[in-house]
Design a protein around this ligand. Structure first.
Ligand code: NAP
Length: 318
């Protein structure tokens, strides 16, 4: 039987942004729920080692995710496994409708729905994820010092991140399925001038191979000649694009061309009382640290929004 439940704040997505928003909101004595379709943690739950979250020189992604969730729960955040189908506005309510049919009504909603990289979809990719397959050069590049690294893709991200990886790698191969880059001219030019970067054109990765614990090499195929080859690498970074999970509101919410949600400095979206934080939001970087900052701002801004609304719903959420 579907239920209607009332909260002050309804958070969608239990990644670092959502859990931080939950911590701040629950600690401010607001009745707060965070709805998550899988386990708490979002992408970090699937990340191997984290070395760039202040205060933790090294921590496993899954452990950090549990710490975020436990910390927020200690202050009263409710975390529930529910897949949210849509978020919509009904007067002063911000409502999350779940696939189960349940409705969670809040006075503010915070979207922390993240996104996901476009995967190569080849054998070995999932098996070696976090063991040499990574989608984040800033997070994981430093683990592969003095090793050969492959990047896949021909867009701005592949070429820029490939150049970033030359700080650590002995050599970076950028493997592209065509013989022309999609990346902007200025970015292309810098890569052509970088003597640690070598392009492998007209080529796709067929399999990612390893020794069971880490990536050792890639099986490649030239799509024009059909020629097959092996490339020894310590890591592979596919940069085939990123898809933000932003198509969740019934109302039209402003996004940029890539589908990332546009917010103001309070993390408020174009829908009043609906906030966004973390990877789903349009911003320069997608890191745990800035998702946490976004979550803080969103929770504090939601609090101010509720103060403006007044206490007309206070009884309801006691
Ligand atoms: P993108 O521009 O969509 O490029 C994706 C690349 O991956 C393309 O080269 C594509 O090849 C390739 N690709 C896609 N699927 C593939 C597959 N299955 N196998 C092999 N290759 C595959 O994505 P992006 O580089 O992440 O950039 C996304 C947006 O962010 C763009 O608008 C970009 O301009 C922007 N961005 C800007 C900057 C900057 O300005 N500094 C930095 C990063 C990103 P094809 O070319 O053959 O389609």
């Amino acid at each position: 039987m579907a239920e209607v439940k009332d909260y002050d704040v309804v958070i969608v997505g239990a990644g670092p942004g959502g859990l931080t928003a939950g911590l701040y909101s629950a600690r401010a004595n607001r009745k707060t729920i965070c709805l998550e379709k899988y386990l708490p943690g979002g992408q970090i739950a699937k990340t191997g080692d984290v070395e760039d979250y202040p205060g933790f020189e090294h921590i496993e992604g899954a452990e950090l995710a549990m710490k975020f969730a436990d910390h927020a729960k200690k202050f009263g955040l409710e975390i529930k496994m529910e897949e949210v189908a849509e978020v919509y506005v009904d007067g002063d309510y911000r409502i999350a409708r779940c696939e189960s049919g349940n409705l969670y009504r809040g006075r503010a909603a915070i979207l922390s729905t993240g996104g996901s990289p476009v995967y190569l979809g080849v054998p070995g990719e999932e098996e070696y994820s976090g063991k040499g397959v990574s989608y984040c050069a800033i997070c994981d590049g430093a683990f592969f010092r003095d090793q050969i690294i492959a990047v896949v893709g021909g867009g701005d991200a592949a070429v820029e991140e490939g150049m970033f990886l030359t700080k650590f790698a002995s050599k970076v191969y950028i493997i592209h399925r065509r013989d022309e880059l999609r990346a902007q001219k200025i970015i292309r030019q810098r890569a052509f001038e970088n003597n640690k970067v070598e392009f492998i054109w007209d080529t796709v990765v067929e399999t990612i191979n390893g020794d069971g614990t880490r990536v050792t090499d890639l099986s490649l195929k030239n799509v024009k000649t059909g020629e097959k080859s092996t490339l020894e690498v310590g890591a592979i970074f596919p940069y085939l694009g990123f898809r933000p999970n932003s198509k969740i509101t019934r109302e039209n919410m402003r996004t940029d061309q890539g589908g990332y949600i546009l917010t103001d400095e309070k993390m408020e979206t174009s829908i009043k009382g609906v906030y966004a934080c973390g990877d789903v939001r349009a911003q320069l970087v997608r890191q745990i640290t800035n998702a946490v900052g976004d979550g803080t701002t969103a929770a504090v801004a939601a609090e101010k929004h509720m103060e403006e609304l007044g206490d007309k719903f206070a009884e309801r959420t006691k």
